[in-house]
Design a protein around this ligand. Structure first.
Ligand SMILES: *Cc1c(COP(=O)(O)O)cnc(C)c1O
Length: 380
């Protein structure tokens, strides 16, 4: 029996809610009853001024770049150790991604290096909460406020993680979520924009509706709707909202189950870390992490390659993560470096993600743990 890396989880009521949207509500386009329920859920659970479903986290990041009025030549500070959309959204507006290194303990962007990377051209900072682990948001917000910069959190992996009691995605001026099938809570493709600074609410609604004031029209505030600003089609259909709402209703249980798997991995592999054979994610700080992914960091890139092969022979799929953006063809063309990338280069060559999905059985997890231990010659 093979153990996959990821397996999308169906909470149960997805098709029922889609049928309800289609047959009962007869509302197929966006912003119907299910989309509104998702918005309310996000606003109440996370605590943001407004939430908007989008087609993806990528789309939400693109909306953020428009909302911040990012102009050609503006600089946007972000980690290189992230997914391409973090940078792409701003490159589409002509901006320059400025890559800074991550911190070795948390694998999130180094807040001190952000401070050093600020120039008169800097407009935006994008902290990425890798693996649902929070960036040092107090320090990042302090730098941003002192220098008049906007902050959008790439919280694609971070739904229901917290930082000092606050939900990730609700601390910056804006936050972006992903409901892609590889994330904890899914709608196939899907995302959300969290608006925390109320000054952006009205324009976010317009940009998401192709640059029209259709939202005001639907509420009867204007008697016709028209083109008022730039925008695009950023809102998903009601079928996506219906699917997602079934998942959101179960979100806390889904995340609790993932955290349990994360904790079991951690305790089972901790002896290897104590021996200095691997490094594990940092746990037990003042933040609560959502169990999005579990990784080990091997001692060398070569050891990682051998571990992947060893696990594959046992039918276990483990995968590495990002090619750092600063070393990608588009990253080199559109971005620039601020400082050296030694941690990013080093970690990205040694990090290995282990299987973690809602329906992972204890015996599957035990098999993965046993295979990792066996690789190091440590029997169970
Ligand atoms: C998954 C992911 C994205 C992209 O999310 P989509 O919903 O697929 O657009 C962006 N940033 C990070 C850090 C991600 O993990």
């Amino acid at each position: 029996m093979k153990i996959p890396f990821n397996k999308p989880f169906i909470a149960g009521k997805e098709l029922h809610y889609i049928a309800q949207a289609v047959m009962v509500e007869s509302h197929l386009s966006g912003d119907g009853p299910f989309t509104r329920r998702c918005h309310q859920w996000l606003e109440n659970k996370l605590g943001c001024a407004r939430a908007f479903l989008t087609h993806s986290c990528t789309a939400a990041l693109e909306m953020a770049a428009i909302l911040f009025d990012v102009q050609p030549g503006d600089e946007v500070i972000m980690p290189s150790f992230t997914f391409v959309s973090t940078a792409n959204a701003f490159v589409l507006r002509g901006a320059v991604p400025v890559f800074v290194d991550i911190r070795p303990e948390t694998l999130t962007v180094d807040e001190e290096k952000i401070r050093q990377a600020v120039t008169p051209k800097t407009r935006v900072v994008v902290p990425v909460h890798y693996a649902g682990m929070p960036c040092a948001m107090d320090e990042i917000m302090e730098t941003a406020l002192a220098r008049g910069l906007w902050v959008v959190e790439d919280a694609a992996q971070a739904l229901l993680s917290t930082y000092k009691g606050k939900s990730l995605g609700t601390i910056g001026h804006l936050g972006c979520l992903s409901f892609h099938e590889t994330k904890n809570i899914i709608s196939g493709e899907g995302g959300g924009l969290l608006v925390n600074d109320p000054q952006f609410i009205e324009r976010a609604e317009i940009i998401r509706e192709k640059g029209t004031d259709r939202g005001s029209f639907s509420r009867g505030e204007v008697d016709k709707y028209t083109w008022v600003d730039i925008g695009s089609s950023f809102l998903p259909s009601e079928m996506v909202g219906a699917f997602l709402y079934a998942q959101l209703e179960q979100a806390e249980q889904i995340i609790a189950a993932r955290r349990r798997i994360f904790d079991r991995y951690y305790h089972a592999l901790r002896p290897l870390e104590e021996e200095g054979l691997v490094r594990l994610p940092l746990v037990g700080n003042e933040s609560v992490c959502n169990g999005h992914l579990f990784y080990v960091i091997t001692r060398s890139p070569e050891e990682r390659t051998r571990m992947i092969q060893h696990l594959r022979k046992k039918g276990i799929l483990a995968v590495f993560h990002y090619v750092p953006l600063h070393s990608s063809p588009a990253g080199m063309k559109y971005g620039r470096l601020a400082g050296d990338m030694s941690v990013t280069d080093d970690i990205s060559s040694r990090l290995l993600r282990l299987p973690l999905y809602y329906e992972m059985r204890d015996e599957d997890l035990d098999r993965v743990v046993a295979a990792v231990k066996e690789f190091y010659g440590r029997g169970s």
